[in-house]
Design a protein around this ligand. Structure first.
Ligand code: NAD
Length: 350
């Protein structure tokens, strides 16, 4: 019989809680990958899975990802994640959310939850009525930290992108450089504004035409067909829309020397990190460069500082990237593999 410990995605997880509340129909998996650096922090996903094994696998994989992300962002937090197993209609009741919140509370702060796919800010507010161990609650207008993560993520991506430009092209600013941005959503918009302020030449693409037109009008960017944006000739390509866009096929067609974007899980497989390296394309590991949002929300939860600390932590992103690229050059391993190894060391493993 397969056990949890023999699953391919089991990675020394400290605890995996299988939560059941029969009266409300709640079924959830709370995976705590590591509490080495602090409470296991990571959002709750509400999703219909084909089977229980897929739900457990998702919780194992995502919680490990949170350990790595929080560690590399220099946060005093470990990594965890919850998946709530929704039925086919994704029925979510207040009673079910309350039962889930009580389960989080029983873990005594060793796990801290937040919003993820399928959950809303309203759900987080409801959870906060039963437990203090929830982050990402709405903040008052003008609050120093917390609130919309997009601008903070974009600032981290912008600073990381500039670090990549400095390393690859030896330039201290983006003046005249061509930046191709996939997406015109929350992060992409703020990123495009930062780049336009430094007189970069922008190309942008989004399947939502109204959004891309508005952003182009504001920043002077050229609109590109979404099918072409990754492959146009550009100094930097910044994926800020979808995951798994860097594949054997797409990497072969890239016309850039730098990939620096916000999207999660950009590499379709681990080999794609090596493929980028083989083509001499400098890669900014996604969970390192896109940590600005989590830095902001965590600083609000931890109450360990204000806007200055958020800024300081985001400004450490380029330093972290430089460490990764230095180690990559020294070891010959690709930056994504180096980032994982570095994260493992930070959480006392590896
Ligand atoms: P968003 O939903 O605001 O924007 C995403 C945009 O991508 C949308 O405008 C959508 O129309 C567009 N899009 C979808 N398919 C596309 C395609 N094929 N080609 C071009 N555009 C396409 O999301 P966001 O908050 O800006 O996040 C962007 C990415 O960054 C996501 O992958 C997200 O997971 C990741 N991320 C975001 C944050 C954050 O703070 N918001 C933090 C970390 C990672």
């Amino acid at each position: 019989m397969d056990t949890l410990w023999s699953l391919p995605d089991f990675d020394g997880h400290e605890a995996v809680h299988i939560v059941t509340d029969e009266p409300t129909g709640l079924k959830a998996v709370i995976a705590m990958h590591s509490t080495h650096l602090g409470p296991a922090a990571g959002g709750t996903r509400f999703w219909h899975y084909a089977n229980h094994a897929d739900a457990v696998t998702d919780a194992l994989r995502l919680s490990r990802g949170m350990s790595y992300k929080n560690a590399m962002a220099g946060l005093p937090l470990g990594g965890g994640k919850t998946v709530i197993l929704a039925d086919e209609n994704k029925t979510k009741t207040p009673e079910m959310i309350a039962a889930f919140a009580r389960a989080v509370d029983r873990l005594g702060g060793n796990y801290v939850t937040a919003e993820d796919v399928g959950m809303t800010v309203e759900d987080m507010i409801a959870i906060s009525e039963h437990t203090d161990y929830v982050a990402g609650l709405p903040v008052e207008d003008g609050a120093e930290v917390g609130g919309d993560p997009g601008p903070h993520t974009a600032l981290g991506v912008f600073l990381g992108l500039k670090a990549a430009v400095k390393r690859k092209l030896g330039k201290d600013n983006l003046d005249g450089l061509h930046i191709a941005i996939q997406g015109a959503g929350s992060v992409a918009s703020h990123l495009a504004r930062h780049c336009a302020d430094e007189d970069a030449r922008l190309s942008i693409a989004d399947v939502a035409t109204d959004r891309v037109e508005a952003l182009a009008a504001e920043t002077g960017a050229t609109i590109v067909d979404p099918a072409d944006i990754l492959f146009i000739e550009a100094d930097v390509v910044s994926p800020c829309a979808l995951g798994a866009i860097l594949t054997e096929d797409s990497i072969a067609k890239l016309n850039t020397g730098i990939i620096a974007g916000a999207a999660n899980n950009q590499l379709a497989t681990r080999d794609d990190g090596k493929r980028l390296q083989a083509r001499d394309i400098l890669y900014c590991p996604d969970y390192v460069i896109n940590a600005g949002g989590i830095i902001n929300v965590s600083t609000e939860y931890l109450k360990d500082g204000g806007a200055d600390l958020v800024r300081q932590r985001i400004e450490a992103i380029p330093t972290r990237l430089d460490q990764i690229w230095d180690e990559s050059e020294a070891s010959g391993r690709d930056p994504a593999a180096v980032a994982d190894a570095m994260a493992q060391r930070l959480i006392g493993r590896g």
